[in-house]
Design a protein around this ligand. Structure first.
Ligand code: HSE
Length: 418
């Protein structure tokens, strides 16, 4: 098969942009070269000659020799302007911008269809793990039940450093920033927003339903305190930020992001540092597990390279599973088992939210309840900023048997928290 030559216009030359530049230099077999690079900051010193750069996006968008735009900028609104203008001009686009895709996925699908051009974004989800193309191509059937995983590298790095090296939250976050894992606004990572955007994209390719970002509840790691960390330690658990989506029998999709206690027998327990891991549950093959580095210049650039390579043989997402949007396929009707820490003053507010309470603990500095709670009530608890909720399992009857719902037996007593 004759492969296409790609003349690339690159937007952004930050951590991933420079990573891509270097990886492309080392991949001479790929028929792709960067013709121009558009950047914003005129004053910034860059490691390659200044004549490679432009500050005017039209120098790329109006260049007819450029047939591929690679968009690796930070600002999701400008990214959408650039990507949609490029698609309108018939240029293929590769992007890693999960926020931009999650906020505009329906429009981006429509643009691809109208202008008959591909938009690929494997690098937007789990960096080096080829999750989207697998969901799109291999799982082209109704047999996929659920997707659950660690999809944010920075938060996994922070949680690992806190639990295994007893680093402070702030110190671990600074390291994640220094290593180029975190977003420029790290609240996107620590608050679970980045994971939510990725989950939206993954759920669209898994189940064919395009949700809106504000339909997906996201909690982050920023409220995890000493009590729940000590609880995890004493029970041999780890706390991980988990994104999960699954289909109910009526076809609706439940999706949310929350910190969760993970047992040592769960494959996600071994996924540490900047690694991401995704478990797919299917009707006949049971669990399948994907793992790989989830952030950083080279892992992300490797996914961009893979998309570029796919463009040389005219690959595109066909969105075979995407349903029409007249029926928004979202549901929040799900029962959870959770651990909730709260201030003594909030006791009535918190206990009233539970359908069933299994365990309670209280001392002078903090209290917790473990029990069954509807997702909608869990969300109300999250709105109270002094509570911290950690998910234990999903216990809906319809989907429960597809999840690990073993009870967490209180084998040890939690020691007093100083
Ligand atoms: N900030 C993101 C993360 C970058 O830490 O996962 C990769 O998408």
């Amino acid at each position: 098969m004759k492969r296409k030559q790609l003349n690339i216009g690159l937007f952004g030359f930050g951590c991933v942009g420079y990573g891509l530049y270097e990886v492309l230099e080392k991949t001479p077999t790929l028929k792709a070269s960067i013709k121009k690079i558009c950047v914003k900051n005129k004053a910034k010193q860059r490691p390659i000659p200044s004549d490679r750069f432009t500050f005017d996006r039209n120098d790329i968008l109006n260049d007819e020799e450029i047939n591929v735009v690679v968009e690796l900028i930070d600002d999701a609104d400008s990214a959408f302007e650039i990507v949609s203008a490029a698609l309108r001009k018939g240029k293929a686009v590769v992007t890693a911008n999960k926020k931009m895709i999650a906020e505009h996925l329906q429009e981006l699908i429509a643009l691809q269809r109208t202008y008959d051009v591909p938009l690929l974004y494997e690098a937007s989800c789990c960096a080096s793990i080829p999750i989207l193309r697998n969901l799109e191509e291999y799982y082209d059937n109704e047999l996929l039940d659920s997707v659950e995983g660690i999809v944010n590298g920075s938060t996994n790095y922070i949680l690992t450093k806190m639990s295994e090296e007893s680093q402070s939250y702030q110190n671990a976050l600074s390291e994640a920033q220094a290593k180029g894992y975190a977003e420029s606004n790290p609240l996107l990572d620590t608050g679970g927003f980045d994971a939510k955007y990725k989950l939206l994209i993954i759920a669209a390719h898994a189940f064919g339903g395009v949700l809106k970002p504000d339909q997906i509840f996201n909690a982050g790691i920023d409220r995890i305190g000493a009590l729940e960390q000590q609880y995890a330690k004493e029970k041999g658990l780890k706390i991980k930020l988990i994104a999960q989506a699954f289909k109910k029998p009526d076809g609706s999709i439940i999706a949310f992001v929350a910190p969760k206690f993970i047992k040592a027998t769960d494959k996600l327990y071994q996924v540490n540092d900047v690694y991401n891991g995704v478990t797919l549950k299917t009707a006949f093959s049971e669990d399948q597990f994907f793992v790989g580095k989830g952030a950083g210049a080279y892992p992300t650039a490797s996914a961009v390279i893979s998309d570029l390579s796919a463009l040389t043989y005219d690959y595109r997402y066909e969105y075979k599973k995407i349903r029409s949007n007249d029926h928004v396929p979202y549901s929040d009707d799900v029962l959870l088992k959770a651990f909730v820490r709260f201030d003594a003053a909030d006791k009535a507010f918190v206990s009233d939210r539970f359908e069933e309470i299994e365990e309670q603990f209280s001392n002078a500095s903090a209290s917790y309840i473990i029990g069954e709670i509807a997702l909608t009530e869990y969300i109300k608890l999250h709105e109270n900023t002094s509570t911290s909720a950690i998910l234990i399992s999903v216990i809906n009857e319809e989907v429960g048997d597809k999840f690990d719902i073993d009870e967490l037996v209180a084998e040890t007593e939690l020691s007093d928290i100083a």
